[in-house]
Design a binder for this molecule. Structure first.
Ligand SMILES: *[C@@H]1O[C@H](CO)[C@@H](O)[C@H](O)[C@H]1NC(C)=O
Ligand SMILES: *[C@@H]1O[C@H](CO)[C@@H](O)[C@H](O)[C@H]1NC(C)=O
Ligand SMILES: *[C@@H]1O[C@H](CO)[C@@H](O)[C@H](O)[C@H]1NC(C)=O
Ligand SMILES: *[C@@H]1O[C@H](CO)[C@@H](O)[C@H](O)[C@H]1NC(C)=O
Ligand SMILES: *[C@@H]1O[C@H](CO)[C@@H](O)[C@H](O)[C@H]1NC(C)=O
Ligand SMILES: *[C@@H]1O[C@H](CO)[C@@H](O)[C@H](O)[C@H]1NC(C)=O
Ligand SMILES: *[C@@H]1O[C@H](CO)[C@@H](O)[C@H](O)[C@H]1NC(C)=O
Ligand SMILES: *[C@@H]1O[C@H](CO)[C@@H](O)[C@H](O)[C@H]1NC(C)=O
Ligand SMILES: *[C@@H]1O[C@H](CO)[C@@H](O)[C@H](O)[C@H]1NC(C)=O
Ligand SMILES: *[C@@H]1O[C@H](CO)[C@@H](O)[C@H](O)[C@H]1NC(C)=O
Length: 547
């Protein structure tokens, strides 16, 4: 972009500032519902900082005793918040297993029977009894089109040609692409813009939200997991960060209009767009801010907000003051060429501007994710091995994300972090796929050639490195002032009646669909890792200490 047009863009953004609505988050919550303020989360007037975990599969377990025991084990670890899928969309009614909503030929039908929303009721009730809060995610960006088997039925192919049961993978619960397909549309981003889909999704949202309107166990309504312009279906050329931000604003406003009790959160991966025009420009805060002195024992370490441009230059390794100071905010004079050398995590290429989304008045807190096996957060340091590069770049991403959120002045949660281990590699299914490319039986199934080879195994963490990495993520999250950090994904080997959510045996190509009886594992399960469970426990204690 030419320097002058960039300048005028900034001017026009500034001129919008006066019209920007005030932040609506409360100052200090004295409510039994969790609320957020500049100082973080609070419940009943006490602050809440937490370690959490992810287990999208929990409501699909057949036995309520299993649900109870899983939650009890989590609670015993000192974990305070869990994140689950509060959606489970199907295109045809399955023969067995849990499902919440049928989306078919432009119509939707809720299942509130015992294998429907009553399962979600059980989870929310039991979580409350265990002192846990639940982040309820309402849809998913990812739902790769299932292969059609020879019998003509769609299957979730963890291995090609295999008719595996539903609910095995995080992307196996319906979501945006399923709505798009069933409403006869073509593009992923139609989900954000099509009126009929918006109405249908608001309809689903309303039924879920009103069902738990008075439950203090609901931490927040998370609008979508990992929303962005791209997914498996194509993206139209008109999808921009503003498309995605606008959808979040519409949905947040909708929920706020029917639920005064709970926070709304976004659930994006935290991708930014430093140069994009904003729908919710940040109001420059009077500096120095005369902040009221915090109550004794309530002081928290805070991150100094850097401007976006400072972050860019810091990442480029040159914090040179080569910009124009405008109303205490640095306006970069950097050219597009400079910006395009920045990682895709901050240049808007995902169609997500998490900072703009965070500044939507009805969004209570920010979220981001750390999946260095699937995303690149920083250029590789040639002196480090693959695993240490993953860990180092993740630490930088945590810091950077905290700075983006600090500029808005709302709390930030690391809603999912995970490192794929060598011992989990067999089961690892990337979020945008339905096959396990590293499975030992994959070669026999014709998968390997398409994707990877076994020599890359050492690019993945061993169990010790995973535990150490998680320890450093939690520490960095704590010192960067995050409101919470949530590991991905909880695992259990003690489930007695797995229902349809079971881990597949990816080691046996003769019997790919045979279930092991463990909880699902996308490559991140900690079912067998007492080391990680201990790290989470220590992290939870450290977070709970309000320094
Ligand atoms: C918080 O609410 C309770 C019950 O409504 C009330 O008794 C208490 O005084 C309130 N505390 C503060 C600090 O406002
Ligand atoms: C908050 O206060 C209410 C009312 O006194 C109580 O029922 C609830 O258990 C409290 N919540 C927490 C997390 O302490
Ligand atoms: C809203 O959901 C209900 C219950 O599933 C369904 O009967 C109704 O058709 C839906 N309405 C719209 C407009 O999607
Ligand atoms: C997003 O989708 C568009 C169109 O389908 C494609 O051109 C672009 O490369 C995709 N971007 C990413 C980051 O995958
Ligand atoms: C990167 O990793 C190395 C070795 O693990 C460590 O010494 C260094 O401090 C890390 N750098 C950053 C920026 O975290
Ligand atoms: C999944 O995402 C990765 C990383 O963005 C990309 O390299 C790969 O091509 C994608 N696979 C599919 C099937 O879309
Ligand atoms: C994990 O990898 C590190 C670095 O290669 C190595 O020093 C360590 O012994 C390994 N630990 C295990 C348990 O394999
Ligand atoms: C709970 O933890 C215990 C002790 O580690 C384990 O034996 C049991 O299988 C776990 N139960 C579930 C359902 O995860
Ligand atoms: C693989 O599955 C087949 C069919 O169920 C079974 O006969 C065989 O024993 C299994 N092999 C292993 C190594 O578990
Ligand atoms: C846990 O360990 C057992 C025994 O080694 C193994 O069979 C199982 O697949 C492992 N489960 C997970 C989720 O890693």
């Amino acid at each position: 972009m030419h320097l002058f047009s960039y300048f005028w863009l900034l001017i026009s953004i500034w001129s919008c500032l006066a019209a920007a609505p005030p932040r609506t988050i409360s100052k200090r919550g004295n409510s039994s519902f969790v609320s957020s303020s500049e100082d973080g989360f609070s419940v009943n007037g006490s602050s809440l900082r937490f370690v959490g975990t992810n287990l999208y599969w929990l409501p699909t377990l057949e036995s309520n005793d299993d649900i109870w025991n899983v939650l009890k084990n989590i609670s015993d670890t000192g974990i305070k918040v869990i994140r689950i899928w509060a959606f489970n969309d199907v295109e045809i009614i399955p023969g067995s297993g849990t499902w919440f909503q049928l989306v078919q030929d432009c119509t939707t039908t809720i299942n509130d029977g015992p294998n429907g929303l009553q399962k979600l009721d059980t989870v929310v009730q039991m979580a409350e009894q265990q002192g846990l809060y639940v982040i309820m995610s309402l849809t998913n960006n990812w739902n790769p089109v299932p292969d059609i088997t020879s019998s003509g039925t769609p299957s979730r192919d963890v291995l090609i040609s295999d008719t595996s049961p539903r609910n095995t993978l995080s992307n196996d619960y319906g979501g945006m692409d399923l709505y798009v397909r069933q409403f006869g549309l073509q593009n992923h981003d139609d989900f954000y813009t099509n009126d009929k889909i918006l109405t249908a999704f608001q309809n689903y949202t309303k039924q879920i939200v009103l069902r738990y309107l008075n439950s203090p166990a609901v931490f927040s309504w998370e609008l979508a997991n990992d929303a962005r312009c791209n997914s498996t279906l194509p993206t139209s050329p008109t999808c921009t960060t503003q498309t995605v931000t606008k959808w979040h604003a519409q949905m947040a406003e909708f929920i706020a209009s029917i639920d005064p009790n709970h926070m709304v959160s976004a659930g994006t991966s935290g991708f930014q767009c430093t140069d994009c025009p904003k729908l919710y420009p940040i109001t420059p805060r009077a500096s120095p801010t005369p902040t009221p002195s915090p109550a004794p024992g309530k002081k928290r370490s805070r991150v100094t907000p850097l401007t976006e441009e400072q972050i860019i230059r810091q990442r480029a390794g040159t914090l040179k003051e080569d910009g124009v100071l405008m109303k205490s905010r640095w306006a970069s004079t950097a050219t597009r060429e400079v910006s395009s050398s920045i990682c895709s995590t901050t240049d808007g290429s995902y169609g997500v501007d998490s900072q703009d989304i965070l500044n939507i008045p009805n969004i209570g807190f920010g979220s981001f994710q750390v999946f260095p096996d699937q995303n690149t957060y920083a250029p590789n340091d040639p002196n480090l091995d693959a695993v240490h590069n993953k860990i180092n770049s993740s630490l930088a991403w945590i810091q950077q994300s905290a700075q983006f959120a600090a500029a808005v002045g709302k709390p930030l949660v690391l809603s999912a972090f995970g490192l794929v281990t060598q011992s989990n590699l067999n089961s690892y299914v990337p979020f945008n796929m339905t096959c396990a490319p590293y499975a030992s039986s994959a070669a026999a199934m014709g998968v390997t050639a398409a994707i990877m080879d076994a020599t890359t195994t050492t690019n993945f963490a061993n169990d010790t490195q995973q535990a150490q990495g998680y320890g450093s993520f939690l520490q960095m999250g704590n010192s960067a002032g995050l409101g919470g950090s949530m590991q991905y994904q909880w695992g259990s080997t003690g489930i007695t009646q797995p229902g349809t959510a079971i881990q597949l045996d990816t080691t046996n190509s003769s019997s790919p669909a045979a279930a092991t009886g463990d909880s699902p594992n996308d490559g991140y399960s900690i079912a067998n890792s007492t080391a990680v469970q201990q790290i989470l426990q220590q992290g939870a204690q450290a977070m709970a200490v309000v320094s």
